[in-house]
Design a binder for this molecule. Structure first.
Ligand code: HEM
Length: 155
């Protein structure tokens, strides 16, 4: 059912230009990786603090406030580089389990971070059982997205 949509994606001008270029895919994927570093770093700083480790001299709310713009920048870079990567090899992604694991987990991770973790961390000061659950769940969801992304290239 979805295959015609993926075929359409692969046939787009952007998909064709990236696919036929010698350097565009690796350059875009390198920026995708830099975006991952910014996103990953901004998530880890807060998740480690929620788990009761990391930068313990700062409160959870303070770290979250400082990390939020970097998290949003990281997400923006990942989405804007992920789409051209995807368009260039959409049919490969259609038949790729790792891609489906990643792309189905991504909205869950985004919603959890923006709606659950952000609301919790905004007012949290000290580590608690709930903060540990929020931090561990956030880490697990984003690990699955990143591992799925990495595995696309291996499978
Ligand atoms: C926002 C969260 C995202 C994360 C954490 C993420 C993570 C990753 C990682 C770790 C890689 C492997 C890079 C490498 O080792 O060279 C990757 C590659 C890739 N990502 Fe993402 N990604 C995200 C968003 C997206 C989106 C939204 C799309 C598509 C719509 C996408 C499509 C791809 C594709 C097609 C590859 C290349 C796979 C290959 O090597 O053939 N990514 N991503």
């Amino acid at each position: 059912m979805l295959l015609p949509f993926f075929e359409w994606c692969e046939a787009t001008t952007l998909g064709r230009v990236v696919r036929e270029s010698l350097w565009m895919f690796p350059v875009i994927e390198a920026i995708h990786l830099v975006g991952l570093c910014v996103l990953g770093g901004s998530l880890l700083v807060v998740d480690f603090r929620l788990l009761g480790t990391g930068l313990k001299d700062s409160t959870i709310a303070d770290l979250d406030r400082q990390a939020r713009p970097w998290m949003l920048l990281g997400v923006a870079v990942m989405l804007s580089t992920g789409v051209p990567l995807f368009l260039s090899e959409a049919i490969k992604c259609y038949y790729n389990t790792a891609f489906w694991v990643k792309i189905l987990t991504l909205p869950v991770a985004l919603l959890f971070t923006l709606l659950v973790k952000e609301r919790f961390a905004r007012t949290a000061t000290e580590t608690s059982t709930s903060s540990r659950w929020v931090g561990a769940t956030d880490l697990l969801l984003w690990f699955v997205v990143a591992a799925g992304g990495r595995w696309i290239g291996f499978s």
